[in-house]
Every structure is written in structure tokens, then in C-alpha cells.
Design a protein around this ligand. Structure first.
Ligand SMILES: Nc1nc2c(ncn2[C@@H]2O[C@H](COP(=O)(O)OP(=O)(O)OP(=O)(O)O)[C@@H](O)[C@H]2O)c(=O)[nH]1
Ligand SMILES: [Mg+2]
Length: 322
């Protein structure tokens, strides 16, 4: 099993397992079952922001800081806009190549095949693999374009949102509810005019929110990722947030919520699989559709009928599996 090698920290086996995840291989369930008990140790950090804002440059710089602290660092670059073999991620790979000989750094990309929900799930499973192989820090880079980064954000411990001056991003942030997911705001490209004003603006937005005593108030850090400026401060805030999560009990809360989401996802998957398998085999379905088309039955009652049939067959399948 690949999973056994993953648990020994084997880079090649881990890379292959992540490929299986991307391919949605049927072998996956058994492999993931094997590693699951060994997950939950890593500090998972999400980094999101518009295309070209400096996510990869920041990740690259953060790798250096965490490596100097002797931590092992995993990176997952999630790209919902390009296909699996797309060129967009190549740039990231080249940029991060300086770390390619370092055994304490493991970088993988996941790109979309057009099914967003699947991509978030793939990212979460890739996080599990990196966690199980012994990475202390896992950085997850997602482009802030839609639902996907919000989905992934629910699966991280610390969420960094990058903004930069002159992009009009702050309006997007306020609108898209990203304000709610950020634990740290990184104002990148601080070498450009307007960075300080943007930081003040974001701090102003934060002032309008009410924080309970002892609650984490998102920090705003000015960074020039390209020159490594402010990266140490960013890393300090990341570690400070982790300490806060541990001391406040927030980490357990987030992990419980995550476990719940994963369970719901697993239930949905398994119901969907059985359901489609049943529909494929069911001759009765044609008749139901006909009645439906001829307006002899309405959609809701037809659906309930089909679900009733499904439940019976599902029970039967469970009995024979037991
Ligand atoms: N002036 C300036 N440019 C920067 C800074 N950080 C990154 N850049 C430049 O911004 C461009 C995009 O950087 P990336 O790190 O690839 O941005 P990204 O957010 O990962 O981009 P995608 O993954 O394509 O969404 C590159 O040309 C970087 O050199 C900075 O602090 N200042
Ligand atoms: Mg990038």
C-alpha cells in the first residue's frame, strides 16, 4: 500500500497518492482510511487572493522562514481555473524550484477539471496526505475567484487573505464575505504607492466589527514578498494565531466543524453513488419519467417515490454487505 510509505514520510509515495486523489482513483478509499488516524497534527494555513497578487511569492518566502525554524513544509497550490495539465501552475513550480532539493519541503499542484466541489475535496485529501507524511506546516494556495477558496478556507486553521494597493480588492473582500474568513490580512506589494492607506482602510473595516474580549482580531501585515520584507512578521502572526487557537480552544472547535463537514460530504458521496447505480439499473424509471412528462405526477411526489424505492434497495445492499 502507498499509505504505509506515506506514513514513513516517503515523498514519492506521497506524490503518487496525491495523483490518485486528483484522478479520483477507486483505490483511494482504502489508502485514505489507512492514513486518516495519523492526521490532525499539522498546522494548516490557507493563502488566498486575486490572480497575480503575490500568493506564490509569499509562499516561497514563508517556506524559507519556516525551514529556518526546522519545520517541514508542505505546499498545495489549488487552481480552479486551469485543467490538470494546464500551464498556469508551471510558473509556481519554477518559482518554487529553489526548494526542490530540500527534503523538508513538498510541493504539489491541484487544478480543476471543472468540478469545483471535487477540487475542494481533493485539496482536503491532499492536506491529509501531507499531514500524515509528517509536514509540520501545510500552506494551501487558492485563487480568490469563487466558492472554492471559501470551501478550502473552512478546512484550514489559519486563513491569510492577500490584498495589494490599486486593485480595488478591498471592495471585493467586503462583498464576498472573505472578511469573515481572514485571520490575517497581508498587504502585499508594499513597495507600491497606496499600501499604507490600504492597511489603514482594512484596519478601519475591522474596527467596525465587534470582537469579544480575548477574541482574535485579524492582524494586518505590510509585506514586500518579492524582497522578503515583512515575511518574518507574517510568519510570527501565523504562529501567534496558532497559539491563540490552541489556548482558546478554537482549534478543537474548527477541527470538529471540519470533521462534521467531512462526514456530511462522505454521506453525500455514498448516497449519490448508490443512487446513481440504482437509477442506471432501474427500468421503472422510464415509466416514472413518462408520467412526469405527461403531467400525471408532479416532480415532488415522483421524487419521494423514487427515494422510497432507493431506501429499500439501499437497505438491501447494506444487509448483503454486512
Ligand atoms: N512590486 C512587487 N511585485 C511583487 C511582489 N510580490 C510579488 N510580486 C510580483 O507579482 C507577480 C505575481 O506574483 P505571484 O506570486 O505569481 O502571484 P500569485 O498570486 O501566486 O499569482 P497566481 O498564482 O497566478 O494567481 C510576479 O511578477 C511577482 O514578481 C511585491 O512585493 N512587490
Ligand atoms: Mg500562484
Amino acid at each position: 500500500m502507498l499509505a504505509d510509505k506515506v506514513l514513513e514520510g516517503d515523498i514519492q509515495a506521497s506524490a503518487r497518492l496525491i495523483t490518485l486523489i486528483a484522478d479520483e482513483s477507486p483505490r483511494l478509499t482504502a489508502e485514505l482510511d489507512r492514513i486518516y488516524p495519523y492526521t490532525g497534527k499539522a498546522h494548516i494555513i490557507g493563502i488566498t487572493g486575486s490572480p497575480g497578487i503575490g500568493k506564490s511569492t509569499s509562499v516561497n518566502a514563508l517556506i524559507e522562514v519556516f525551514r529556518s525554524m526546522k519545520m517541514k513544509v508542505g505546499v498545495i497550490a489549488v487552481d480552479p481555473t486551469s485543467p490538470f495539465t494546464g500551464g498556469a501552475l508551471l510558473g509556481d513550480r519554477i518559482r518554487m524550484q529553489q526548494h526542490s532539493l530540500d527534503k523538508g519541503v513538498f510541493i504539489r499542484s491541484l487544478a480543476s477539471r471543472g468540478w469545483q466541489g471535487g477540487l475542494a475535496k481533493a485539496a482536503i485529501n491532499a492536506i491529509h496526505v501531507m499531514d500524515a507524511m509528517g509536514m509540520n506546516i501545510i500552506l494551501v494556495e487558492t485563487v480568490g475567484v469563487g466558492q472554492c477558496e471559501v470551501d478550502v478556507a473552512r478546512f484550514v486553521d489559519t486563513s491569510i487573505v492577500i490584498l495589494s494597493p490599486g486593485t480595488g480588492d478591498e471592495i471585493q473582500v467586503a462583498k464576498a464575505g472573505i472578511m469573515e474568513i481572514a485571520d490575517i490580512f497581508e498587504i502585499n506589494k508594499a513597495d507600491k504607492p497606496g499600501a499604507k492607506n490600504l492597511a489603514i482602510e482594512v484596519e478601519g473595516m475591522l474596527e467596525m466589527k465587534n470582537f469579544a474580549p480575548g477574541e482574535w482580531k485579524p492582524s494586518v501585515v505590510l509585506v514586500e514578498a518579492i524582497n522578503g520584507k515583512g515575511i518574518k512578521e507574517l510568519a510570527d502572526q501565523i504562529l501567534k494565531h496558532h497559539e491563540y487557537l490552541i489556548s482558546s480552544g478554537g482549534l478543537d472547535k474548527r477541527r470538529k466543524e471540519r470533521a462534521k463537514q467531512e462526514l456530511i460530504g462522505a454521506i453525500e458521496d455514498s448516497v449519490r453513488d448508490h443512487f446513481y447505480a440504482m437509477i442506471e439499473q432501474d427500468q421503472n424509471l422510464d415509466e416514472l419519467v413518462d408520467n412526469f412528462v405527461k403531467r400525471k405526477a408532479n416532480p415532488r411526489s415522483t421524487a419521494l417515490k423514487v427515494i422510497g424505492q432507493f431506501t429499500k434497495q439501499f437497505d438491501k445492499a447494506q444487509d448483503s454487505a454486512a
